[in-house]
Design a protein around this ligand. Structure first.
Ligand SMILES: Cc1cc2nc3c(=O)[nH]c(=O)nc-3n(C[C@H](O)[C@H](O)[C@H](O)COP(=O)(O)O)c2cc1C
Length: 214
């Protein structure tokens, strides 16, 4: 799994697992999803994050975060074969730092750089009915504008039928609880790994489709 490595030209095709996480829950989900990506041979997972945004416009983040994945660069997105986008739920929607980064990607949109690449989303909430589905569905919208092919989690993953915590057909989710102290449980983990594996398989299939075009 590429984590603290600098962004360089692509070697193996990779799925970009791009997340924001304040308290660590979405980060844990990202790591599970990345392990699912890497269970498919011929694809790597590239974990990246985004800096927090500040109300003080002069504030700048350190170039390298204290912990976790390094910050994403446009090139990470430009060259990815697939994208998994993860955010904590904030009032039923994605967190501002992730949206802030996406709002810098109009150059990729104008060039159609992400057209026909698969994408998925994942989230974490404090409460069970606190907006997991609305967050996942609204995270999908900018990805569709980019021409990406959205892949959720199919019900052939039967854990979806029995989970008592996170897990939706729109993407993996985690119930962190009101004190943010619930661990990612076995059902949530299983679904995240399956989601990563599916995204990696779709990344290879769509890459073959694109390269077979005249
Ligand atoms: C500004 C703000 C808004 C939030 N809105 C929601 C919400 O709408 N529904 C919910 O269940 N939890 C909400 N939460 C809680 C987070 O989604 C939850 O703690 C999540 O697990 C944090 O993920 P992280 O550990 O990756 O930072 C909110 C938290 C903050 C700080």
């Amino acid at each position: 799994m590429t984590d603290h490595t600098a962004s360089s030209g692509p070697t193996l095709p990779y799925v970009l697992v791009l997340y924001y996480s304040r308290q660590g829950a979405t980060k844990t989900l990202a790591e599970q999803l990345a392990s699912g990506v890497e269970s498919v041979s011929g694809v790597e997972a590239r974990l990246r994050t985004v800096p927090a945004v500040s109300p003080v416009s002069e504030a700048t983040a350190p170039e390298i975060p204290d912990q976790g994945a390094i910050y994403v660069e446009e090139a990470d997105l430009r060259h990815c074969s697939g994208l998994a986008l993860g955010s904590p739920t904030r009032f039923g929607n994605m967190a501002a730092p992730l949206k802030y980064f996406l709002d810098t990607t109009s150059g990729l949109w104008m060039n159609g750089a992400l057209v026909d690449r698969p994408a998925t989303a994942f989230t974490s909430t404090a409460s069970l009915h606190g907006g997991q589905e609305s967050t996942l569905l609204t995270m999908l919208i900018p990805l569709l504008h980019h021409g990406m092919v959205y892949a959720g989690v199919p019900y052939s993953e039967t854990t979806l039928l029995s989970t008592q915590s996170g897990g939706t057909p729109y993407g993996t989710s985690h119930l962190a609880g009101p004190n943010a102290d619930r661990e990612v449980d076995a059902d949530e983990r299983r679904l995240a790994v399956a989601q990563g594996r599916r995204l990696a398989e779709l990344a290879l299939a769509l890459a073959a489709m694109r390269s077979g075009r005249p």
